[in-house]
Design a protein around this ligand. Structure first.
Ligand code: SAM
Length: 227
């Protein structure tokens, strides 16, 4: 089992609550920004859907399929799927690894992904090839991911927050023995590709008109590119 799979199986129960507290309730707002890049009636793949928060935040697609390799996260997504508040679109969840997307070529108008790419860094080219394969011509990839603010003072505050506050929230919500997971999550943010690197990697994997815009002074960012 991959380490990310262990982490998210272990954190699934309180994952949504953790995201809300750790982001000062901004996480839903960030995910909803993806909506503005979606056209009505799209068929969408949500890669690394987790508890489905990103999928449920999209409100104009025809259908969204969420895949994830953590069955505990998916269990929560499935529970939320029956709630009336989450029924803007038809949403379906499937257990699958991003390295082998179980759909034929050109199945989706968009592939979206929220806070997952940090965990895909090792096999990024292979996974982007898989994503490219399942996107329809003219379709797009949209990635929401943590970033590193350019402004040095803001970056220092952010790193301090990651170093001190995030492990503390993790410890309170999940217990002392899970603090290591939050250290790992912190490292994945600090060691993730720079904005320029990820844009270049997307271009090298065939995506056109690649772009990025920062949210909250670069704490989070949205990358996109077209097939
Ligand atoms: C931080 S959570 C994000 C969940 C959701 N997208 C959101 O916005 O809240 C990362 C998710 O990616 C999943 N994940 C990481 N690597 C994956 C892979 N190779 N294949 C499928 N899912 C993966 C994890 O299981 C986890 O549920």
């Amino acid at each position: 089992m991959e380490y990310a799979q262990t982490i998210f199986n272990d954190l699934a129960k309180r994952y949504d609550f953790f995201c809300q507290i750790a982001s000062f309730f901004l996480d839903r707002f960030w995910r909803k920004r993806i909506n503005s890049l979606i056209e009505p009636g799209e068929i969408i793949l949500d890669l690394g859907t987790g508890t489905g928060e990103l999928a449920f935040g999209i409100n104009k697609a025809e259908k969204i399929i969420g895949i994830d390799f953590s069955w505990e996260m998916l269990k929560n997504a499935q529970l939320k799927n029956s709630k009336p508040a989450n029924q803007h679109n038809e949403v379906e969840f499937i257990a699958a690894d991003a390295q082998r997307i179980p759909f034929p070529v050109e199945s989706f108008n968009s592939v979206v992904s929220g806070f997952v790419f940090r965990h895909l860094q090792k096999n990024i080219n292979m996974i982007l090839k898989e994503i490219y394969r399942v996107i329809k011509p003219e379709g797009k990839i949209i990635i929401l991911e943590f970033s590193r603010p350019e402004f040095a003072f803001w970056r220092k505050i952010y790193y301090l927050y990651l170093d001190v506050i995030i492990p503390l929230i993790g410890r309170i919500l999940f217990g002392k023995e899970k603090v290591k997971y939050f250290r790992y999550l912190q490292e994945t943010i600090i060691n993730f590709f720079s904005v320029g690197e990820l844009k270049m990697i997307l271009s090298n994997n065939g995506f056109r008109k690649v772009g990025y815009y920062p949210l909250m002074g670069g704490v989070v960012g949205i990358y996109y590119g077209f097939k």
